[in-house]
Design a protein. Structure first.
Length: 131
């Protein structure tokens, strides 16, 4: 199984708790999160724009404007890709990405990158890099 992810979602997955999502979207996130936890050697295709986690987003499904401001999210993707030394169009094992996250991310780096995000501001993922 190959999963398509945009770079910043690697950070989101570390703090995912199934909160504050529509039931349909939570099921998508829960399914992918569980798959990656159970299969850390899953292939991940790095993409730009909406990925496998975004497919069930109510705003996208209902053709409404997403809560994600695309320019801001694209810039975040670029920053995360640079920090993790990953590139769009390339395939990595999820375990490789986890090692890069472990090596390169701290609570402070998380706050620097994500403090403008609604999920971070609601406190839903602030504890992701405390360990």
């Amino acid at each position: 199984m190959k999963i398509s992810l945009r770079p910043h979602h690697f950070l989101c997955l570390q703090g995912y708790k199934g909160l504050n999502y529509s039931k349909l979207q939570a099921n998508s996130w829960s399914k992918i999160s569980k798959e990656l936890t159970q299969n850390p050697d899953a292939d991940i295709l790095i993409i730009g724009g909406s990925d496998d986690l975004c497919k069930k987003c109510p705003a996208i499904v209902q053709s409404r404007k997403s809560r994600c401001i695309e320019n801001t999210v694209n810039l975040l993707d670029e920053k995360v890709a640079g920090i993790l030394d990953i590139a769009k169009g390339e395939i990595y094992k999820y375990s490789e990405i986890l090692e890069k996250i472990k090596k390169n991310f701290t609570k402070e780096k998380h706050q620097e990158l994500c403090s403008d995000c609604a999920w971070w501001q609601k406190g839903l993922c602030r504890d992701s890099f405390e360990k």
